[in-house]
Design a protein around this ligand. Structure first.
Ligand SMILES: *Cc1c(COP(=O)(O)O)cnc(C)c1O
Length: 222
């Protein structure tokens, strides 16, 4: 019953307008089923093969979110089953999602991943590159992707002020893009930020999706 209790705990911590993505990567289907039985419907995975094998084993009511780095050549495999892709980090990837989604007559909600952390290793656009992409892209031509907001990961640190500052910068950037590029588009409103260690800070800074794994499912085995 641990998963059920953990979910209950998390739900008590987050306001009702913040959506919870249960990050189930590296955890067995039985754990996902336990979360499903406790009412959880949004699951986040970060590996294509693992996602695909789990999709078949859970009810079709599940909303699958791809949260990890996605390779362009694997887009076609997940587009038929995911409803949201959190980490779009290149123009090529965005166009490929649009292309593949058109072929299967779906529209995929996408978040542009922005690099806000100090670490070099995390993927994502700089603020400037993101703006350049939106400036040169004719968004109306992207018929099968819906850019609904931004995603970012904060620096791995105990210094809450650093984390808060990074999340705040993402929120401000989203507001800026909203007025500059998406003023007439009410769907551009999402901010995917916050994981097990920093979701409270993220929520205080305006997160609308938190992606929480280990606090629900326990430690992952790498
Ligand atoms: C694994 C992962 C999470 C969840 O991390 P926890 O610390 O276990 O909550 C969230 N977002 C992304 C992109 C991840 O890869």
């Amino acid at each position: 019953m641990a998963v059920r209790d953990n979910l209950q705990f998390i739900k008590e911590q987050i306001p009702s307008q913040v959506k919870l993505v249960a990050v189930s990567k590296f955890h067995p289907v039985a754990a996902l089923r336990e979360a499903y039985d406790a009412g959880q419907r949004i699951f986040g995975e970060s590996r294509v093969q693992e996602l695909l094998s789990k999709v078949d084993q859970l009810p079709s009511e599940v909303e699958w979110h791809f949260i990890g780095h996605l390779q362009t050549n694997k887009v076609k495999n997940i587009v038929p089953v995911v409803s949201m892709i959190h980490a779009v980090d290149s123009e090529r990837l965005l166009l490929e999602i649009d292309n593949c989604a058109r072929k299967v007559n779906r529209t995929i909600r996408c978040l542009l991943q922005i690099h806000i952390a100090q670490e070099e290793t995390k993927f994502g656009f700089s603020f400037q590159d993101c703006k350049e992409l939106l400036t040169k892209t004719d968004l109306k031509k992207l018929t099968n992707v819906n850019i609904v907001g931004l995603m970012g990961m904060a620096t791995l640190t105990d210094d809450v002020s650093v984390i808060a500052k990074e999340f705040r910068s993402l929120k401000l950037f989203k507001d800026e893009l909203k007025s500059e590029f998406f003023a007439a588009d009410s769907s551009f409103c999402e901010l995917s930020m916050g994981m097990s260690d920093d979701y409270k800070v993220a929520i205080a800074e305006g997160s609308t999706y938190v992606r929480i794994g280990s606090t629900i499912f326990g430690m992952r085995e790498y």
